[in-house]
Design a protein around this ligand. Sequence first.
Ligand SMILES: [Zn+2]
Length: 148
Amino acid sequence: MPNSAPQTSERSLSEHDLVAAVKEAQKQAYAPYSNFPVGAVIRTASGQIFSGCNVENASYPEGTCAEAGAIANMVMHGGRDIAEIYVIGNGDGLVSPCGGCRQRIREFSNPNTTIHICGPEGVRKVITISELLPYSFGPEHLIPKQAG
Ligand SMILES: [Zn+2]
C-alpha cells in the first residue's frame, strides 16, 4: 500500500489502488479545528507515489493543505513531475484544490497533469491542471529556455 515513503512503483497502479492510498492519507490528517480531513496522493511521471494530509494548528492560518504535504514529500525525495494527483475530502461537494494548491500543483505539472477529485465513494471528477488553473503563471515564465 502506498504511504508517505517513496515507492518506485509500477505504472500499473490502478485508480482503485490510488483511491485506496488517498483514503489512507486522509486518515492521517490532523484537523482537530475544521474536522475536515483531506488526503492527497501524487503519482509522478516515473511512477513514484507520494502522499500528504492536511495539518492544522491552533494558529489557524498556519495550517497546511494535503496537496502541499504531498508535494513537499515528492520534492524531498527528488520527484519533480506530477502525472496525476488524487485529492479526497468528505461531504457532498467537490473537494477541489484551493487556489494556493492549484499554483503549487501547477509548478510541477504539464498541461495534461490530471487532478482526481474524490469523495468517500471514489473518484467524482477528473480534470486537467489546465482546466483547474487556466491562463496560469508557471516556471517557464521565469526560466529562460536553454538554447539547443
Ligand atoms: Zn490548498
